[in-house]
Design a protein around this ligand. Structure first.
Ligand SMILES: Nc1ncnc2c1ncn2[C@@H]1O[C@H](COP(=O)(O)OP(=O)(O)OP(=O)(O)O)[C@@H](O)[C@H]1O
Length: 208
């Protein structure tokens, strides 16, 4: 379960945000909708503690993660949070497979190639595993970053516009896979998006 209470943040005195309280239970999906510039990415980054809130708290399960040090927050992210960034950040010298395995490595876990291959099959990029990430299309890269976010069976999956570069078929495939995987591993799935196609697929919604 992830929840936020009384979250506030500012980039500058002119750019201040007060976010609505949010709760997403284990095995549930929550859609955070809002037009461009409403603070969707900012909220997701606050939930992952990539940004520090000015006020309020973020809880994973019954643990308040807001007071954690930078190193402790990084450890929580590595082991408990799977993030699908709006723009995927890959290590360009590594293959697609090695990039998918990175979360295992960073969390000092066994590098589970079988799980990586199974996710690649489900997400339709198995034939690209030995390529470099720059050789893939934007939509393929987005699917690789989704597989990467799932590798450590995180307690929380935070996805920033995971379907924005995808056609309708792949949009369906990706949101279904994210929902199924989060149910299977008991994770909370939070998706921020302005993709109206997702409105019919995820019942719980918050509008910024
Ligand atoms: N590092 C930053 N410094 C200053 N202002 C920022 C910074 N990052 C974002 N902003 C501003 O904060 C606002 C919210 O940005 P954010 O990226 O969270 O919006 P968003 O809802 O995710 O938008 P989009 O749908 O276009 O990705 C925007 O007006 C943006 O210009």
């Amino acid at each position: 379960m992830i929840s936020c209470q009384n979250l506030t943040f500012s980039y500058s005195p002119q750019k201040r945000f007060t976010f609505p309280d949010i709760t997403c239970a284990d095995r549930e999906a929550l859609l955070i909708l809002g037009q461009s510039g409403r603070g969707k990415t900012t909220l997701l980054h606050l939930m992952a503690l990539l940004l520090r809130p000015e006020g309020g708290s973020v809880m994973i399960g019954d643990k308040d993660i807001t007071p954690l040090s930078v190193a402790e927050a990084a450890a929580v992210r590595a082991s408990q949070i799977g993030i699908v960034y709006q723009k995927p950040h890959f290590v360009s010298s590594l293959s697609v497979l090695e990039n998918v395995l990175l979360p295992n490595y960073l969390a000092q876990k066994f590098q589970d190639k079988n799980r990586a291959r199974a996710l690649a099959e489900e997400l339709g990029f198995a034939e690209h595993l030995s390529k470099k990430t720059h050789q893939l299309s934007q939509g393929e890269q987005q699917r690789v970053s989704i597989a990467r976010a799932l590798m450590n069976n995180p307690a929380v999956i935070l996805a920033d516009e995971p379907t924005s570069s995808l056609d309708d078929d792949n949009c369906d495939k990706v949101i279904t896979l994210l929902k199924n995987q989060s149910e299977q591993i008991g994770a909370s799935l939070v998706v921020v998006t302005h993709d109206q196609r997702l409105k019919d697929v995820v019942a719980n919604q918050v509008k910024l």
